[in-house]
Ligand binder design. Structure first.
Ligand code: PGA
Length: 231
């Protein structure tokens, strides 16, 4: 079971240190569990923790003239070996195209990082039915090496992110089952995962973990999600 926390544009380096300390007090990892925390870039640090700390984003370069970006050199300083790629906020708000997302994927695959690769459909596609959803998600694997050994997929329907309206158990089960035919990798669900719905979501057979935004921001709430996954 993989529990991933995406802080997005929340928390500082000081707050992330305190968070990881607090989480350590609340959760002792079982052998079959992993926790991966994605703080903002300014909070990347060499943390003394059993949890994995990853980057929410980086530019596909070791270093270079890319004002405002960070590359592999800046991740290397803190031993960061995991990265989120393809999050819908980067695709939609920052305008990342599938070809750019695929270029990032190739670069960080080459660098050997673990990649949490996010996919997910907008509401109008969900409303068009299951076939439309699967076709949309398939297209998000264009240019992506789905055999990469350090690949974790995160299915996050855009209409469920930050809305408080998670996909239903039936929707998640059907979509994850279809995705398992496309990619033989762990698949996380993301989109309004909370302590009160994590148990039923994590009990779905094709769900290998969760990627949590808002409900990961407090260590108490994220620890409650881990506990729900054990129940
Ligand atoms: P949410 O975000 O849990 O706040 O819906 C999930 C995500 O975007 O990864």
């Amino acid at each position: 079971m993989i529990f991933a926390a995406n802080f997005k544009t929340h928390h500082t380096r000081t707050a992330t240190h305190a968070y990881l300390e607090a989480l350590k007090e609340k959760v002792s990892l079982r052998p079959e569990e992993r926790i991966v925390v994605f703080p903002p870039a300014t909070a990347l640090d060499s943390y003394d923790t059993d949890f994995t700390v990853g980057a929410q984003n980086a530019y596909p370069t070791y270093n270079g003239a890319f004002t405002g970006e960070i590359g592999a050199e800046q991740l290397e300083e803190f031993g960061i070996r995991a990265i989120l790629i393809g999050h819908s906020e980067r695709r939609e708000i920052l305008g990342e195209s599938q070809s750019f997302v695929a270029e990032k994927f190739r670069f960080f695959q080459e660098a050997g990082l673990e990649i949490v690769y996010c996919i997910g459909e907008p509401l109008e596609v969900r409303e068009a039915g299951d076939d439309a959803v699967i076709a949309f998600l398939k297209a998000q694997f264009e240019g992506i090496d789905t055999t990469y050994e350090k690949l974790i997929v995160a299915y996050e329907p855009i209409w469920a992110i930050g809305t408080g309206r998670a996909a239903t158990v039936a929707e998640i089960a059907a979509t994850h089952a279809a995705l398992k035919d496309i990619v033989a990798k762990p698949i996380l669900y993301g989109g309004s995962v909370k302590p009160n719905n994590a148990g039923e979501i994590l009990a779905i057979e094709s769900v290998d973990g969760v990627l949590v935004g808002s409900a990961s921001l407090e260590a108490d709430s994220f620890a409650a999600i881990v506990a729900a996954g054990r129940a």
